[in-house]
Design a protein around this ligand. Sequence first.
Ligand SMILES: [Zn+2]
Length: 277
Amino acid sequence: MPLDPLCPACGAKTSQERAVDPAFVRCPACGLLFRGQKASPAELEDLNNHRLSQHDHGDDKPNLDFRFVEPEMTLLRQAAGDRLAGWRALDVGTALGDFTAFLDHHGLQAIGLEPSAPRAAIGRAHGLDVRNGRFSREMFDREFAGERFDLISFRECLYYMDDYTETLSLCKQRLTPRGFLYIRVHVAESPHYWRGIPLTTRIGPAATVFFTRSTLIGMLNRNGFSVVTTHPVPLSPGHAVEAWRLRGVVGSLASRLLGPVMPWFPPDRFVVIARPS
Ligand SMILES: [Zn+2]
């Protein structure tokens, strides 16, 4: 399969310079890591199965235990000046509906968008408004003709877009004047990848790009967004022990002792809240 020579975020022609992970090419203009080869249909099928198994918590329903997501509401409230009740939210890539349910729970009017029809049906069966489709102009024209949102969230799914200029341009058009973009992504500088685990281990072969903190912020700025706030999410001690293959006594000691020091390491995931500038 031929390599795609154009960066999906800035359109620059690339020299096909390989990044640390050989599946990715580094754009010489904006620094973005992007997949040199598009995933095959078999890989995409594999990804869907993999992600579903990670998200369904064993019983095919939205996870309504919001304890781990709750700090994100603090960030949203800070960005919105505590006026979130009644806001219209579009939660892109909702999977089984976890974050859509979380936004509903906090008084927003949330609509989920999910490309997998079976997963969208699971969210709907649990009382959520989930539409089936990919984030695209056609989808907006079909599902939300003329409508705007106060919040568009891409929670751990921004890496699956085909064209980032188009994605961000659509967001700008469909956000209200008070609205903002909420993005949470895995980042390439995470200690999770320090011992050579492939970057797609957790986000799968359908990922078109892999962000770092700076390439994500750079892309937002170049496409007319200003960052309101950012938030680093440290790698959990459990994930560190697994990724670094620490076993036996070393592993159990590390899982107990790493907690307080992980915030000093580069983040595992990164949250950005941004507004059209
Ligand atoms: Zn680029």
